[in-house]
Design a protein around this ligand. Structure first.
Ligand code: APR
Length: 236
């Protein structure tokens, strides 16, 4: 799998953080069984009931302090440090476990819990606290902060950068994502159209499994370190 691999794009989803104790969205008991997407993850839901939405993300932000990165996050950090080629780590996750696991370059296409977006001045600020209490924007002081998270119906971040990398890559590895949400679910087709190999590492077959050249089933904490060892032992 690794012979002649020089440019890798990795896409991660909630499954890579599952073993750290962060709920995924679509598994039994997951976040979208506890809350309705239209209530907490859309601009319309935020306009309708801002307290519900701010409280939902305050709860998820506070939960970050209770979890730790797992061996899958650490393995991707090791890959970043030791892989001689180009690597782009794109995550759909809004948690900070890739960074706390040691990855320095992470592209959060769906935003981050630890970032605040001001709806008055459009500036982003690092954010660790709550928003339900309407704190002032650190830039313009207006009390109009929202979570810097991409909601359904909004455009994910840095798509130009992602598509450029998919066009050039030799390998796309998709880890811990159900393939249920676009545009991320379409990355495998973009990579294949560019002639790249495509590998899926997931606990169970995703909706797009049949589109991958290879799909390995199991927990990320086992599959990702194994795969990183494989790439680093054979990388040219
Ligand atoms: N190891 C590997 N994969 C796992 C593990 C694990 N320990 N546990 C669960 N998974 C897999 C599940 O089998 C599932 O395919 O992770 C995937 C999680 O799927 P979702 O809950 O749909 O999460 P995700 O794919 O990240 O959702 C994509 O949807 O709701 C939006 O914006 C949200 O970024 C999110 C996007």
């Amino acid at each position: 799998m690794s012979a002649g691999i020089h440019r890798i794009v990795i896409l991660t989803g909630a499954g890579i953080s599952a073993e750290s104790g962060i709920d995924t969205f679509r598994s039994a008991g997951g976040l979208w069984e506890q809350h309705r997407i239209e209530d907490v993850a859309t601009p319309e839901g935020f306009a309708r009931d801002p307290d519900l939405v701010l409280g939902f993300y305050d709860m998820r932000r506070a939960a970050l302090e209770k979890v730790e990165p797992n061996p899958a996050h650490a393995a991707l950090a090791r890959l970043e440090q030791e892989f001689a080629g180009e690597l782009l780590l794109v995550t759909q996750n809004v948690d900070d476990l890739h960074e706390r696991g040691g990855s320095a370059k992470v592209l959060h296409m769906h935003g981050e819990l630890k970032s605040a977006l001001c709806t008055s001045c459009d500036m982003r600020s690092p954010w660790l606290g709550t928003m339900l209490d309407r704190p002032p924007c650190p830039v313009c002081q207006a009390r109009t902060l929202r979570p810097d998270v991409v909601w359904f119906g909004e455009m994910p971040y840095r798509m130009d950068r992602i598509y450029a990398a998919l066009e050039r890559c030799d390998l796309l590895v998709s880890i811990g994502t159900s393939g249920a949400v676009y545009p991320a679910a379409g990355f495998v087709q973009e990579a294949r159209a560019s002639g790249a190999r495509t590998l899926e590492l997931n606990l169970e077959p995703s909706e797009g499994s049949r589109l991958f050249h290879e799909s390995r089933l199991g927990p990320a904490s086992v599959l990702v370190p194994e795969w990183v060892d494989e790439v680093l032992s054979r990388a040219g």
